[in-house]
Design a protein around this ligand. Structure first.
Ligand code: GLC
Length: 746
């Protein structure tokens, strides 16, 4: 009897202990266990008001400059416990030095978070995000962020101000370089992949970065494409086109969001309570914290939304901002605002809790130096494996725009190549913008990549010929001379690395300087010519595209640019990239994007005789190159599109044949048009894609399965649902060349 009771007791005890363990470890929605919460509560109770608002303050170290410097006092603020996080500082020694000040000199020894703009790689720099989106390879994009996170956390960092998920339909805006192009559906997929890559599945792993989705919201729609410009749009447009990638990141568990500089319909994003509290937290259930963009609280005075910085601090804090980047507005004014009862201690404590929860999840309270591991820094940065992956990503991000008479790939019979242009041997430009800790000296230029590929079997000549952006023609003659003596000419032209990115809007987006002129002269030599284009945005290359030359879009490929491009030029890799932003014929067409509305007087390209149609007098409506466009060294033929409707399911099948003479990958794209809606619908919308390898001579059947949920759209009441009726299904190699079939879904 006794033994039976003993057994029962021990069974009950073990169950109680197990339950207690689970309960104590049981994380709430925000991933914080009961015991961790208790520690945070105790810390908040011990903090002074100054220390609390200090946790809500982010300052930049003087290692890199990414905005106007308002504060040079960050070291004292750290020691006084008045800084919650530091950005623009990295390396184990550098971070350890600052972390020691926080955890050994401040009163409560609260560790700092260290953030940086790890936008497309940390030390190994990958192609700019816009380029990566043209790979349509979501797992590869996720992997680049995985590598970036490993390298950045090996150098002291634990927070990145990425992914940037701003949808944009205006290539005059320089920051299109940082995003995933014009399409919301694809933008959502890329955004979630990047959050997964950065954050992995375990914040405490020590090699994952807390991500920070930006810029919330609609920063990519400035009037006239002018940087920091006013944004004004309908709520339906905001919900349909600009908000979904942020929602995708919240659903993927992103740890933080960054506000946008711009106003939306008269209210600066940084003071927009509807955006940051009602929508982000109440509707979407976001548990992380919101940091401002660089001094964007202070800038509300210039916006004309606040009389002074104190008023701006009140507005931003009460709207839902938790952390102030570089502006010192919270540190300087929240204590006074509390005394005046214009903010509440409850809200201050809540914001502090969110910051402390992030530090807990990052494991910084367990070990403030967990990201300061010298041996990781020596072993995990710019490894051969990372560089190999970067090289593959370069090739996969390239887009073949033109290839008359199969100029490319460069024939094996070519014995001499002339490389001409300002971007042929420029290491600095290969990185593009937002290169953080990237080391330009380690970049492989196009000249280096080609020489490395051909070794001593082919003569390689190089002449810069001209600069990217001036009228100096003194190099033309030397360029012509090497073109005349070579079998093949590669033009390396485009923008320099700093003509895109932040504060880099351009009103005219052609290839700058006298590069076009030089290209026209080189063409006259009669040699086979391939233009390798370097740029951070779609350019107006209409004149260049009229010349008899091949055009390979390579964007800014980063550390391995030259090698990855050479792999495509020589056919080691068959290009499969597809542009994710429309290339306009001229600036007058902008904003131009594939998923526009039909209007009440649509132009019928087959019969444009009628004057009174939606058109220009001096330019076609269609772009130079449409969304989803990209050629291959082989040829893909689409046939037998079949669509069946089965209740709420829509099943699509198409055959794609590789009728060329080499294997290749094809991004098969699925679009849908809703013919009639209570809100007008775009002429087509991307609803799926598959990137498939099809061997030469092979035919594959590609299938897609949609449901009526995929047909839903926002209504004036901002509810999202679909409407029965007639739809058109399109499948093709880009948004303009498709097979189509009408269906009715009831
Ligand atoms: C910049 C950018 C933002 C960046 C931040 C920190 O102004 O707008 O994208 O993350 O400041 O560098």
């Amino acid at each position: 009897m006794l033994s039976m009771n003993k057994m029962r007791f021990s069974a009950i005890l073990s169950m109680v202990l197990f339950a207690a363990t689970v309960y104590s470890q049981k994380a709430g929605d925000n991933g914080i266990s009961v015991s961790e919460k208790a520690k945070i509560d105790a810390l908040i109770n011990a903090m002074t008001l100054e220390e609390k608002v200090g946790q809500l303050s982010l300052y930049q170290a003087d290692w890199d400059v990414t905005g106007p410097i308002l504060n040079t006092n960050h070291l004292n603020l750290i020691k006084e416990g008045k800084a919650g996080a530091i950005f623009n500082a990295y390396t184990v020694d550098g971070v350890r030095h600052l972390q020691q000040m926080a955890v050994e000199e401040s009163r409560l020894k609260i560790p700092l978070i260290f953030g940086y703009d790890v936008i497309h790689g940390h030390r190994t720099i990958f192609p700019i995000p816009l380029a990566q989106s043209c790979s349509w390879n979501l797992s590869a994009i996720e992997q680049t962020e995985r590598i970036a996170a490993r390298e950045a956390t090996a150098e002291g960092l634990n927070w990145t101000f990425a992914p940037m998920v701003d949808i944009s339909r205006d290539p005059r805006w320089g920051r299109v370089a940082e995003g995933a192009g014009e399409d919301t559906w694809l933008g959502c997929k890329v955004a979630a992949a990047r959050v997964r890559g950065f954050q992995g599945t375990d914040y405490k792993a020590g090699n994952t970065l807390m991500a920070c989705t930006k810029h919330f919201a609609a920063y990519g729609a400035p009037q006239a494409g002018r940087e920091y410009g006013t944004v004004d749009m309908s709520m339906i447009s905001l919900y349909e086109w600009y908000l979904p990638p942020f929602r995708a990141c919240v659903d993927a568990g992103v740890g933080s969001l960054m506000t946008a500089f711009n106003e939306i319909a008269g209210v600066p994003s940084t003071a927009n309570k509807w955006l940051m509290t009602d929508l982000l937290r109440k509707d979407w259930g976001f548990h992380g914290f919101v940091v401002t963009d660089y001094t964007s609280i202070n800038e509300m005075v210039d916006h004309g939304n606040a009389e002074n910085i104190k008023d701006a601090a009140r507005l931003a804090f009460n709207a839902g901002v938790d952390m102030d980047m570089e502006g010192s507005a919270f540190l300087d004014y929240l204590p006074g605002l509390l005394k005046e009862k214009k903010v509440t201690l409850q809200d201050i404590d809540h914001a502090v809790r969110l910051i402390l929860e992030a530090k807990t999840k990052l494991g910084l309270f367990d070990d403030p130096y967990r990201y300061c591991n010298k041996s990781r820094q020596e072993k995990e940065v710019m490894t051969a494996e990372n560089l190999d992956f970067a090289r593959k990503m370069v090739s996969e991000s390239c887009v073949l725009l033109k290839n008359p008479d199969q100029v490319l790939p460069i024939s094996e019979n070519v014995r001499s190549i002339a490389i001409i242009g300002p971007l042929g041997d420029s290491k600095k430009d290969m990185l593009g913008n937002w290169t953080a800790a990237g080391n330009w000296e380690k970049c492989i230029t196009l000249v280096e990549g080609i020489k490395s590929r051909v070794k001593d079997e082919v003569e390689v000549y190089y002449e810069k010929g001209c600069n990217t952006n001036d009228n100096d023609r003194s190099g033309f003659d030397a360029a012509v001379k090497i073109a005349e003596k070579a079998d093949f000419v590669v033009l390396a032209m485009g923008e320099n690395g700093w003509m895109s990115g932040e504060a880099s809007s351009r009103s005219s987006i052609g290839i700058p300087g006298v590069q076009n002129e030089l290209a026209e002269i080189i063409i006259k030599t009669g040699k086979p010519v391939a233009l390798v284009l370097f740029n951070g945005r779609p350019l107006v290359i209409t004149k260049m595209a009229a010349l008899p030359l091949a055009i390979l879009e390579t964007w800014f490929g980063g550390t391995q640019a030259g090698n990855g491009i050479a792999d495509v030029l020589f056919g080691v890799v068959n290009p499969a990239g597809k542009i994710t932003m429309t290339f306009p014929r001229n600036e007058g067409q902008i904003p131009i994007f594939y998923n526009g509305k039909n209007t009440g007087r649509p132009l019928n390209p087959a019969d444009s005789s009628d004057r009174y149609l939606s058109r220009y007098l001096d330019c076609p409506n269609d772009p130079l190159f449409p969304f989803g466009y990209g050629l291959s060294y082989t040829k893909f033929t689409y046939s037998n599109l079949r669509t069946t409707v089965d209740g709420n399911k829509i099943n699509v099948a198409v055959q794609v044949a590789n009728s060329g003479n080499r294997d290749g990958e094809e991004v098969v794209q699925l679009y849908v048009r809703d013919k009639v809606g209570s809100v007008t619908r775009p002429v087509k919308e991307l609803k799926g894609f598959q990137k498939v390898l099809i061997k030469k001579g092979e035919t594959k059947t590609i299938t897609f399965n949609l449901t009526t949920d995929d047909l839903a759209f926002y209504h004036p009441d901002l509810k999202k649902y679909w409407e029965p009726g007639e739809f058109v299904v399109f499948v093709g190699t880009n948004s303009a060349e498709t097979l189509s079939e009408s269906i009715t879904v009831k």
